[in-house]
Design a protein. Structure first.
Length: 101
């Protein structure tokens, strides 16, 4: 009896988790390009170690949402921030995250 209960529990958990595998892989493709980048007023840096990370649009379902720019402390003394950018693909525009170099 205990084995049967464990089998039902395992089947139940598998039934819940299995569809989640496919939802994690989905992407929303759109042929609509993001709006033009907004002009940001860049405030004074909190310290000389802070680097401005510019704002950008992110895709939220079928629309674009603006993410404000912010300051971040550079990971090393001579690090430089390479801003993210939108790249055009066959499936539509794709955001490539910025990174430190």
């Amino acid at each position: 009896m205990k084995t049967m209960t464990n089998q039902w529990k395992a089947l139940f958990v598998a039934g819940i988790l299995f569809p989640a595998l496919f939802t994690a892989c989905t992407t929303t493709a759109t042929t609509q390009s993001p709006p033009p980048t907004r002009v940001e007023v860049i405030p004074r840096a909190p310290s000389v170690r802070h680097v401005w990370i510019p704002g950008h649009y992110v895709r939220r379902r079928r629309n674009y949402a603006w993410v404000n720019g912010y300051y971040r402390v550079a990971p090393a003394r001579y690090s430089a921030w390479t801003p993210g950018q939108w790249r055009q693909t066959r499936r539509g525009p794709v955001w490539v995250e910025g990174h430190w170099r």
